[in-house]
Design a protein. Structure first.
Length: 287
């Protein structure tokens, strides 16, 4: 088979996977509020597509980001996590009512926070990351440049969340769109550098867990605990954002950008301790 035919087959396969992922994503959002949806089945379906494509393309699973993370990849995930802070706080400061709407839509409160964090958020993130990263971004990178693969993945991720438009006003929808685009950009870059789906899942999960705590604190007028959360996350941002920004400035193709010698293990342990302290505060004084 000629190179042109191979590329055409790849593009057709990408469009097919994109239709499945996007269609299921829109269906999930449109039905999330009104009826139960078996997201575990969706996760298995998407993972099945990864296996299917692996057999069809004769690719190993590490091509799809399914591999053990190394030490440097874990550091990179912690570093890029800092960049999510300004996105979240901008939304909180300028559009505080969105938290109330979001919590009401999902039925999120103290009573079901633990269930939400343990079951709903993790599986939803697994679904999104397998669909966006393992299936789409990996395949796009084999046809287009890595840069364009990131751009297309970001756009596609935003389109999946377009279902929110049916439930919110225009201002709230624009907030969601801005947040989704920014989050997706950092996750796509993380996957580009590490080619590890478990790290994007972990980073995505950490951001959503922090955001869930913040929303619950906010809607219940627990301003003190919310302030502690913002201060701790702000410290995290101040310490690691210069490294993250410098990392991104080196460009997509810089081998040096993958090395993080200036991020010591002790610093990462200290930063992880900050979030552990936040969890202890929540369990001790709130639950």
């Amino acid at each position: 088979m000629s190179g042109r035919n191979l590329m055409n087959n790849q593009i057709i396969r990408i469009l097919f996977y994109n239709a499945i992922v996007s269609g299921l994503g829109l269906f999930l959002i449109r039905n999330f509020f009104n009826s139960p949806f078996n997201e575990y089945l969706l996760a298995f379906l998407l993972f099945g597509l990864v296996i299917f494509d692996s057999v069809l393309s004769k690719k190993k699973l590490n091509y799809y980001g399914i591999k053990k993370p190394n030490k440097n990849d874990i550091k990179l995930a912690f570093v890029l996590l800092a960049l999510f802070f300004p996105i979240s706080i901008i939304s909180r400061v300028f559009f505080p009512n969105f938290d109330i709407f979001y919590a009401k839509s999902l039925g999120l409160d103290y009573q079901n926070l633990s269930t939400f964090l343990i079951f709903s958020i993790p599986i939803a993130i697994v679904v999104e990351e397998i669909g966006m990263r393992s299936l789409l971004q990996s395949k796009l990178s084999s046809v287009f440049s890595d840069r364009w693969a990131i751009y297309i993945t970001i756009t596609n991720f935003a389109l999946i969340h377009f279902g929110w438009f049916f439930y919110v006003d225009l201002t709230s929808f624009l907030i969601i769109l801005f947040t989704v685009l920014a989050y997706s950009m950092f996750l796509a870059i993380l996957f580009y550098y590490t080619k590890n789906i478990f790290l994007t899942i972990t980073t995505h999960l950490l951001v959503n867990v922090i955001s869930s705590f913040q929303i619950v604190f906010h809607i219940n007028n627990q301003i003190f605990y919310e302030l502690i959360l913002w201060i701790l996350w702000g410290i995290y941002f101040i310490l690691l954002s210069p490294i993250a920004i410098n990392l991104l400035r080196k460009g997509f193709d810089s081998a040096k950008a993958r090395k993080l010698e200036n991020v010591s293990d002790k610093l990462l342990v200290a930063l992880l301790s900050i979030f552990s302290l936040l969890t202890i505060l929540f369990l001790t004084f709130v639950v």
